[in-house]
Design a protein around this ligand. Structure first.
Ligand code: ATR
Length: 275
């Protein structure tokens, strides 16, 4: 294949300058000697269709999608994969002959992060407690179900949002009260925080892990700080933990694979650079 034409990729969002995606993808393009550039494109919601047409005209091969376009981009896609359909959001687009194909790699990223860090853990027939019902929860729920988890307790401060997410997999998800989820701690094999609680500048998640099953592990999608108060408490109590940074990196890995047909390497150097 000729290497004289650079492939063009980007992450689109509004705002977008905080994104870590260019750092990750540019390193992988360079490491794999793919002549290409990965940048950021700030697109105001009113300009989405016009700007996507510009990316098509400029010969982009694909792009990642972040807030606030993850749902609205679906309307411009000619095809959407099953996972993205189920989650209701697209984070990866392939551009081919002016047509958009939409994917969602967040569920993969969430599960792959756990698999890579806890190799012995098997998801089949396990039960989980998921806290939160935003976009990250949708991806985590879909990932857990696809991985084989048979029971998910879902708690969210605004219970209506949890009830809405239950529709994704009504046979597996059971909505429980936010003020009183502790009773499931002895039963679940994993605890997942998808709320923003514990993030720098936000309140901490109020939880006492005393009753959590000893073999259960804890993961947090928050990665600023990397060791959230929840993860610190879990570690101090002897539980395995999985930090949140890997979800970002592995969703990117899957996007890269979709675009370039290569599974790029994740190593500590990359993680350190992202952090
Ligand atoms: P994302 O799409 O990244 O998941 P989000 O949609 O803003 O972000 O969701 C944030 C999650 O954190 C929600 O589950 C939110 O609960 P509500 O649905 O009740 O808003 C949860 N969250 C944020 N602040 C919270 C707080 N102080 N107490 C409890 N939950 C909180």
């Amino acid at each position: 294949m000729s290497n004289d034409i650079d492939k063009k990729f980007a992450v689109i969002g509004h705002p977008i300058n905080h994104s870590k995606s260019p750092l990750i993808h540019q390193k992988w393009l360079d490491d794999n000697q793919i002549a290409g550039k990965y940048g950021t494109v700030d697109i105001h919601p009113d300009d989405l269709e016009k700007e996507i047409n510009r990316l098509i005209d400029e010969g982009y091969s694909g792009f990642n999608v972040t807030l606030p376009h993850k749902e609205t981009i679906k309307e411009l896609c000619h095809a959407i994969d099953d996972t993205a359909q189920k989650i209701g959001a697209v984070n990866t687009v392939v551009l081919n002959n002016g047509k958009l194909s939409g994917y969602n790699t967040d569920a993969f990223g969430f599960i792959e992060n756990i698999k890579q860090n806890l190799e012995a853990f098997k998801f089949d027939d396990k039960s989980a407690l998921v806290l939160g019902a935003g976009g990250a929860a949708r991806a985590a729920l879909q990932g857990l179900v696809e991985a084989g988890v048979s029971k998910i307790y879902l708690a969210n401060r605004t219970i209506e949002k949890a009830q809405n997410l239950k529709k994704m997999h009504a046979d597996i998800i059971e909505v429980i009260e936010w003020d009183g989820f502790d009773y499931v701690l002895p039963k679940v094999d994993l605890l997942v925080n998808t709320t923003s609680l514990g993030m720098n500048g936000k309140n901490d998640l109020k939880i006492n892990l005393r009753d959590l099953k000893k073999s259960a592990f804890v993961t947090d999608i928050v990665y600023t700080p990397l060791m959230t108060p929840l993860l610190t408490q879990a570690k101090d109590n002897g539980h395995d933990i999985v930090t949140g940074i890997g979800m970002l990196i592995y969703q990117a890995q899957k996007s890269f694979e979709i675009w370039n047909g290569i599974i790029p390497t994740v190593n500590q150097e990359l993680v350190d650079r992202v952090l």
